[in-house]
Design a protein around this ligand. Structure first.
Ligand code: FES
Length: 370
């Protein structure tokens, strides 16, 4: 097989590697331990540039390049993934001729991407939607945080539970509550910051970790729910940190739109319950609305219930009682659910003749004391 001269030997000193383009191809050249090797530069996972990878010596004593996007590893000499994996990166023969590093015109071993017998996230990968033309699946997501062993009353979560109960009793909806604090999941690791294509669906963290708690959110939010009600406390003027931890992991959904024109969430309805002892209901609602619309959600009118007793209401031990005594809260939660359900029905062309217009009434607003 003919060899193609690529770069002068002097441009690839020992202990270095880089990608080099020739014609329509690019190879990653490695010079370690006095040996020069060449792999196809585009990682077989999602195309990360191995020429920008990190070199590691693994337990077998061999050198591997670690893909900079999500960490797949390939032996520098054989292109093979570590023991236990059958994947292989394409490799080229290399010679040094007349001071030039030359590689074989074609790979001497082709890339091989192994089929994995069981794929725990196949439903996410294949987008196996569980919706039907008449389903009314309502997902509640509670973003409040608390000590699991010392639970305390939560206004946002209790209102959310009431909302789900009402959706079930009034509309016959199937309901599901997810408490973010019960899920173990990693924060978004920002792979898109290296390259936009490195943010994948399913999320590469889900691919790495079948136990990733976000898989429950992805399944419920993308594949199952017709309507989502998110409930959050206000913490320093914003939704809770748990909400943001989840929201950042939903980049995987939003980036499919920006990168691939692929909208995973269509004809789904979102609404919010936002409660705080102090203020900024509108600020939080604005943030939630702008993010959820960017995910593809549709909103009913009056799509959030807000509750705040104001900056000086420090008597938080009384907040929960006051919250549930308040007529505005009771009515607004029911109206929130009703409008969400009605919009789902409109979208599905089911009967929906009962849209509410729940403007808060001063008479129901209550005071600092009651
Ligand atoms: S693209 Fe290489 S590990 Fe994902």
């Amino acid at each position: 097989m003919p060899f193609i001269p690529l770069v002068p030997f002097s441009e690839l000193p020992d202990n270095s590697h880089k990608s080099v383009r020739f014609g329509s191809k690019t190879v990653a050249l490695f010079h370690y331990g006095g040996v020069i090797t060449a792999l196809d530069h585009a990682c077989i996972h999602k195309g990360g540039d191995l020429g920008q990878g990190v070199i590691q010596i693994l337990d077998d004593g061999e050198r591997y390049v670690v893909c900079p996007w999500h960490g797949w590893q390939y032996n520098l000499k054989s292109g093979q993934a570590p023991f236990g994996y059958k994947d292989r990166q394409a490799i080229y023969d290399v010679i040094v001729d007349n001071g030039m590093i030359c590689i074989s015109e074609e790979p001497v071993k082709q890339a091989f991407k192994a089929e994995h017998e069981s794929d725990p996230i196949a439903d996410l990968r294949n987008l196996d939607y569980q919706l039907t033309p008449t389903s009314l699946n309502v997902l509640g997501i509670s973003a409040t945080n608390m000590n699991r062993d010392l639970p305390r009353p939560s206004t946002s979560e209790s209102a959310l539970q009431n909302a789900l109960d009402f959706a079930s009793s009034k509309f016959g909806a199937a309901t599901k509550m997810i408490r973010l604090r019960d899920l173990n999941f990693r924060h978004c690791e920002g792979y898109y910051s290296r390259h936009e294509q490195a943010c994948t669906w399913p999320c590469s963290i889900s691919e790495m970790d079948a136990e990733d708690g976000m898989n429950e959110i992805y399944r419920s939010l993308v594949l199952w729910a017709d309507a989502v009600i998110l409930a959050t406390p206000i913490r320093w003027g914003n939704a809770s940190s748990l909400y943001y931890k989840m929201a950042e992991r939903l980049n995987t959904i939003q980036n499919q739109i920006t990168i691939h024109d692929k909208v995973l969430i269509k004809n789904k309805v979102a609404s919010f319950i936002i409660t705080g002892g102090q203020d900024n209901v509108q600020g939080v609602a604005g943030q939630l609305n702008s993010f959820f619309t960017d995910l593809g959600f549709t909103f009913p009118p009056f799509n959030f219930v807000g509750w705040s007793r104001g900056w000086i209401a420090e008597d938080m031990e009384n907040n929960y009682t006051r919250f549930f005594r308040n007529r505005y809260v009771k009515r607004s939660v029911m109206d929130l659910v009703t409008n969400s359900m009605q919009l789902v029905m409109q979208i599905k062309k089911m009967d929906s003749s009962d849209l509410q217009a729940p403007k808060p009434k001063i008479s129901e607003a209550g005071t600092l004391n009651g």
